[in-house]
Write a new protein. Structure first.
Length: 540
């Protein structure tokens, strides 16, 4: 019967007296000592021997951490002696195996399960799931090879027979486990190379996606009528853009610390405002269309009045260097700004700081010791168009947080799914997320009121195509994403792919609520060759 565990216990009955058994074993066991070189002038076993038993190991000339520990116990009997022998692994090796398997499967199993639940099972992960089992089977063979050999020799020694060395074999377990280990390492290297090539390969289109190209549709989507109406080249360091609520004005901010105001219909540059510090990292236009709010790389929020030539009003209080998100409430009275792990609400008229979220926790006093406690971890994704709701990752949960009622709605994202970005629809009723689940990226559409997942769309087969700065915009009816294969448009309610337009890759994508305009940045601000593209649907 095959024994699965590396453990064996057996007894040897011999007519030899106990002193004779001890003398026979003593001739084949030498005391433990440090050994130099590969000299074979030694006994076959090393360890300790006493009148009650022995604890020994075989002396070998190759590395084998799975060599059995051999323990023996003598029991005198009327007809001679009984020797009870146990062969097992060293306790340190057992602890190592347990820790190694826990670490290995602690990493590979969550990845496998995340792919399973997201609908993208990863075939290659099977290699990582099976590798420990393959190695264990090799180690199992190595242990039992040595255990059976030791059992055979101990029977010969204890029964008083001459020790007959085994016939040398040209192929043994010590060679097999090396070959098996080499095969596993080679397989992992092959997987890594193939995965790296697949990750860096351009994203392709399936047959179902190809028919969504505007030039392939018999009844084209309304988005197929979009055309590039303006390419704005007068702000080559542009890093952020914003569209006015009435869809007439476009503003841009850049690494040159300048704010530029454009007429959306004509593409004409109307104004340029210059700041003395702070790369522009976030922009918003107030409902009146005459006030611009900018977030800067100098911890500042600035309020620009387009009707005067006065310098901007500066709001100071952010602790993070980049204020990447800014918005103005629907009534125009409150400015919402988001930096690293903090949200601030400001009075637009006075510039007074009204609130900071999340609030600092009160210190905990334990006798004479006071424990300071900071705010909970916070990651900010988006601010609603009316400035009432922020979409954040709070305590590792994707949460829509109403800033005025303090109501928090948590979406049921899996703990093992990494959210790249998240967006609110113009009406604040729908949330769109992009998430990474090894090795694929998905776009998901959620009903905020119910928390239901309305659609789960595969974006790409690799993480690199969809990093932390996703190129997505959400309008009243659609989700629009700029990809390497074109501008893709999905229905916001059903998740159905409606059209693919051939465009350049654009970032910081904006779409007017009713779907008349799509605006994005191409090129690179660091290289000072960035441009703003304005795509427009013809007027009915």
């Amino acid at each position: 019967m095959m024994k699965l565990l590396p453990y064996n216990h057996f007894s040897i009955q011999t007519i030899q007296t106990l002193p004779a058994v001890i003398a026979a074993l003593d001739a084949h066991i030498e005391p433990p000592k440090f050994r130099w070189g590969l000299s074979r002038d030694h006994a076959p076993y090393t360890g300790t021997l006493s009148n009650t038993g022995f604890k020994i190991r075989r002396i070998i000339h190759y590395r084998n951490s799975f060599l059995p520990n051999i323990r023996g116990r003598f029991e005198p009997s009327p007809g001679g002696t009984v020797v009870h022998i146990t062969l097992s692994l060293h306790p340190v090796v057992i602890v190592f195996l347990v820790c190694w398997l826990s670490f290995w499967y602690g990493i590979s199993l969550p990845i496998f399960l995340s792919g399973l639940f997201s609908g993208g099972v990863i075939p290659e992960i099977g290699l990582f799931l099976l590798a420990p089992l393959i190695l264990f089977s090799i180690f199992w063979g190595v242990f039992w090879f040595e255990a059976n050999r030791s059992q055979r020799e101990l029977i010969q020694i204890i029964q008083g027979n001459p020790l007959v060395p085994p016939t040398p074999k040209r192929f043994g377990w010590q060679k097999l486990w090396r070959i098996g280990l080499a095969i596993i390492v080679a397989a992992q290297l092959i997987w890594f190379v193939n995965h790296h090539q697949r990750v860096n390969a351009p994203e392709g289109l399936s047959q179902a996606q190809q028919i969504k190209r505007c030039d392939q549709q018999s009844s084209p989507s309304p988005y197929c009528s979009f055309s590039l109406t303006h390419t704005l080249t007068e702000h080559p360091t542009v890093t952020a853009i914003a569209l006015s609520p009435d869809n007439t004005t476009l503003v841009s901010g850049g690494r040159d610390k300048a704010i530029k105001v454009w007429d959306l219909q004509t593409g004409e540059l109307q104004q340029t405002r210059q700041s003395d510090s702070g790369v522009v990292t976030g922009l918003a236009i107030a409902p009146d269309g005459q006030t611009i709010v900018s977030g800067g790389g100098d911890r500042m929020v600035r309020i620009w009045d387009l009707t005067t030539d006065q310098p901007p009003q500066m709001l100071q209080g952010h602790t993070s260097q980049n204020v990447g998100l800014v918005e103005v409430s629907a009534d125009g009275n409150t400015i919402v700004s988001g930096g690293y792990r903090e949200i601030k609400l400001w009075d637009r008229t006075t510039g007074e700081l009204k609130a900071t979220l999340p609030e600092e926790k009160a210190p905990i006093e334990i006798g004479p010791v006071t424990l300071e406690s900071g705010p909970p971890p916070l990651r900010i994704f988006d601010i609603s168009a009316d400035g009432s709701t922020v979409l954040v990752e709070l305590n590792n949960k994707l949460t829509a947080w109403n800033l005025f009622t303090q109501q928090q709605t948590v979406l049921p994202h899996q703990w093992f799914t990494h959210v790249n970005a998240a967006y609110l629809s113009p009406d604040g009723q729908t949330v769109v997320t992009t998430s990474y689940t090894q090795p694929k990226n998905h776009l998901k559409i959620w009903d905020l009121a119910t928390g239901d997942l309305k659609a789960n769309i595969l974006l790409s087969e690799n993480r690199e195509s969809w990093g932390y700065r996703d190129h997505i915009a959400v309008n009243r009816d659609s989700v629009i994403a700029s990809t390497a294969t074109g501008l893709k448009i999905w229905n916001l309610q059903t998740g159905e792919l409606e059209a693919i337009l051939e465009t350049e890759l654009m970032r910081d994508l904006w779409a007017s609520p009713a779907g008349q305009h799509i605006i994005g940045i191409t090129g690179d601000a660091d290289s000072q060759d960035a441009q703003i593209q304005i795509w427009q649907r013809p007027s009915s």
